[in-house]
Design a protein around this ligand. Structure first.
Ligand SMILES: Cc1cc2nc3c(=O)[nH]c(=O)nc-3n(C[C@H](O)[C@H](O)[C@H](O)COP(=O)(O)OP(=O)(O)OC[C@H]3O[C@@H](n4cnc5c(N)ncnc54)[C@H](O)[C@@H]3O)c2cc1C
Length: 489
């Protein structure tokens, strides 16, 4: 058996598979034992959502609201995913209008994503949608969140929608029946179980369920991994005054902070991740070497929500052993970053690490092959589709790449249909192969929109007992519009 077939067999049996470019020794050379064949307890659902992160919580909420008995399987102890662990702000509910004179600012993503923000607003858990101003005039709206209150709000919304949430439950395999998934094998402290369903959603970010089910995927390893930390005890105004005086701010946003309006809610560096201006060279060299950034947000006085510390792994981050090494290195670099901030940034003299992510954040792990692969030209040419399930108007590499005329492009339903599997949809950062196209579709708000579409479609398919490709678009569209999803016409 060659390595490829071995990997595929292991995946379908729900066992760990080393990445093709990993430093594992070849599994054929490892000693191995046969696991006991066991009878697994079976739980029955209409829709099973694997991964309760940015896209997954929205998917499960949408599926349950559309009448499906829904299970959400999440490996960690809470729902939320990378949006509460990695990113800076939710990008973006709005079009990129600033570079196009005469084009209006428009909110182009609504639905459940906006509902989460509305709920956060009620408890002081977001800055709201604050306009960004500064040297870089593309990153037009910053919606920052309190990561802990986000976890609370989405867990409440899932519960209110009637979703059965299974936290601390790892998706560990898939059982197939022909070209369909019959059930998801999980591992938790309650042992191994089978979650049977009619329609499944892979929102694990890494595409674990798709891979276990034998779908095609790529591991491009074209981004650094990261662990974002929150810094407490920071004097925001003092830091702002210093950065402004030294011409070191690329952009800034103003919005709600601890209930007060027109407060600083975002610092952006002058150029990408580096901090230039007239800051001490030792500081600039230090943070660049450590992979640390100054782009950050704040929802509370005295707190910087996300300071990213990046590291480019030599192999794919599906390689558990290399990830363990990267976790240590990044945590060491987080402490070194803190020391530099304390020493060189007025306002941070007494800062401390108040929060880190429980595990590495990833910008992409596996990319799952779907019926359609959104291209960069689809995005920059503002292409719309007959089966589109949302529109989106943000690109992370603006102003280099903008959506034509400050408009929107459509995300087609076929971009969520996992190739070769009849009842599996993908939602989140795991779709879109092209690096620059992914720099748009991977953003949180796009992932959330995909989640609402996948959840709604999965519910309709499960209730009608049909495959994802047999769903009538008119029905899906109506259900999405009923769910307050925004379309251009
Ligand atoms: C460092 C960094 C900075 C970023 N900055 C921004 C930004 O400023 N603005 C922005 O809009 N976007 C940003 N992004 C991108 C964005 O945050 C992500 O692309 C998006 O949140 C991904 O959503 P997702 O639902 O695909 O995955 P996630 O939110 O990661 O959700 C996946 C979930 O699946 C769970 N899971 C995984 N495997 C299993 C399994 N086998 N069993 C059970 N559960 C499993 C995970 O625990 C997680 O909860 C950033 C990303 C990173 C990494």
């Amino acid at each position: 058996m060659d390595r490829r077939n071995f990997s595929k067999k292991m995946m379908m049996a729900g066992l760990a598979v080393p990445a093709a470019n990993s430093s594992f020794s070849d599994p054929d050379e490892q000693s191995s034992i046969k696991e006991d064949v066991r009878n697994l307890p079976v739980r029955e659902f209409d829709v099973v959502v694997a991964g309760g992160g940015t896209a997954g919580v929205v998917a499960a909420t949408a599926a349950a609201r559309n009448g499906a008995k829904t299970a959400l399987l999440e490996g960690k102890g809470y729902a939320g995913g990378t949006v509460v662990e990695g990113g800076t702000a939710l990008h973006s509910f709005f079009n990129l209008w600033k570079a196009f004179p005469g084009v209006e600012k428009r909110q182009v993503v609504k639905g459940i994503a906006q509902e989460i923000i509305d709920r956060l607003l009620l408890i002081g858990g977001t800055t709201g949608h604050g306009d960004v101003t500064g040297k870089i005039d593309y990153d037009c709206v910053c919606t920052a969140i309190d990561t802990e209150l986000y976890k609370l709000v989405v867990m409440e919304m899932l519960s209110e929608a009637g979703v059965s949430v299974f936290t601390n439950t790892l998706v560990a395999g898939a059982v197939k029946k022909g070209a369909s998934i019959d059930g998801v094998i999980t591992q938790s402290r309650m042992g191994r179980e089978l979650f049977r369903g009619r329609c499944f959603i892979d929102s694990t970010a890494y595409g674990d369920l798709s891979a276990y089910a034998g779908a095609e995927f790529k591991e491009l390893n074209d981004h650094p991994v990261c662990n974002s930390m929150g810094l407490g005890n920071v004097n925001i105004e003092k830091m702002y005054t210093y950065l402004m005086k030294n011409n070191a701010l690329g952009d800034i946003a103003w919005g709600l902070r601890d209930g007060k309006e027109d407060q600083i809610i975002r610092f952006g560096s002058e150029s990408g991740y580096t901090i230039r201006g007239r800051l001490p060279q030792e500081f600039v060299d230090g943070v660049v070497k450590l992979g640390s950034g100054l782009i950050t947000t704040t929802v509370h006085d005295n707190y910087l929500m996300f300071i990213k510390v990046n590291y480019k792994m030599p192999v794919s981050p599906t390689n558990r052993d290399e990830v363990a090494k990267a976790e240590l290195l990044i945590r060491q670099n987080q402490y070194k970053t803190l020391e530099l901030f304390r020493k060189y940034l007025p306002g941070c003299e007494n800062a401390f690490i108040a929060r880190t992510s429980p595990s590495l954040n990833i910008r992409r792990g596996r990319t799952i092959t779907c019926d359609y692969d959104i291209s960069l030209s689809d995005i920059i040419e503002a292409k719309h589709f007959e089966d589109e399930i949302m529109v989106y108007g943000f690109h992370d590499s603006a102003p280099r790449y903008q959506v034509k005329n400050g408009g929107t492009y459509g995300v087609p339903f076929k971009a969520l249909c996992v190739r070769g599997i009849d009842n599996l949809l993908a939602a989140g950062m795991l779709i879109t192969t092209d690096f620059q196209a992914h720099m748009s579709t991977r953003n949180t708000v796009c992932c959330m929109g995909q989640g609402q579409a996948a959840g709604t479609a999965a519910a309709l398919c499960a209730i009608r007992n049909i495959g994802t490709r047999d769903l009538k678009y008119s029905e899906l569209r109506k259900a999405l519009e009923d769910g307050k999803v925004y379309f251009e016409n």
